[in-house]
Design a protein around this ligand. Structure first.
Ligand SMILES: [Zn+2]
Length: 200
């Protein structure tokens, strides 16, 4: 059974979101790929940058041309989405804001932001300050993630400079806001197995 959910889901303690309009994204997140290797092979990564795992760290590579394109881009798009659920269990999916502290300013472009955020889950919105670049210290993206996934705490971004043929690498940290716990015993959010009241 599948429910179509409005993209206006609110995360805990959130600011008004900027919807990500018409951005076609039926890809599987990097985090989901870790737990579902077969799905990863068939996932569709049409629009977002490909993420590969190098030495255990999710990694995206950008060209200099892309960085220049990102610097010009201001367009915002959304895409439709849905979540499957069972009535007697709470979903393991959660809507969570992630922060990207000290993200290089040209990577505030939509495709770059969504590609980076897709390492965590499915991006659905960015906040106003990120859109307007009024808070250069951090970018914020709202994602639907799976609490059962191994959520990465960083991503490696690689930039190939064709003129010098040098690879520039930076590690971008992920900060999760109000990430809920999930109890795999009673299948509810808000606590884990250690504090589950139904666990004997
Ligand atoms: Zn429980």
């Amino acid at each position: 059974m599948e429910a179509v959910v409005s993209p206006q889901l609110q995360a805990v303690g959130e600011q008004p979101p900027v919807p990500v309009k018409n951005f076609q994204n039926d890809s599987t997140s990097y985090a989901a790929q870790l737990s579902q290797p077969k799905l990863a092979a068939t996932s569709n990564l049409k629009n977002l940058k490909h993420i590969e795992v190098i030495h255990g760290v999710p990694t995206i590579q950008f060209s200099v041309e892309e960085r220049m394109q990102f610097a010009k881009e201001h367009q915002i798009r959304t895409f439709p989405w849905s979540i499957g659920f069972k009535t007697n269990e709470e979903t393991t999916k959660a809507v969570v804001w992630i922060s990207l502290p000290n993200l290089p300013t040209e990577l505030f472009a939509m495709k770059a932001l969504l590609s980076i955020a897709s390492a965590v889950g499915k991006p659905i919105a960015i906040d106003k300050a990120t859109q307007t670049k009024s808070r250069p210290s951090t970018a914020r993206v709202k994602v639907i993630l799976d609490l059962m996934d191994k959520l990465p705490d960083k991503i490696k971004l690689q930039f190939l400079d064709k003129q010098t043929d040098k690879m520039v690498k930076i590690f971008q940290e992920f900060v999760y806001d109000n990430l809920p716990l999930y109890c795999n015993h009673c299948k509810h959010q808000g606590h884990d197995e250690k504090t589950c009241l139904t666990f004997e």
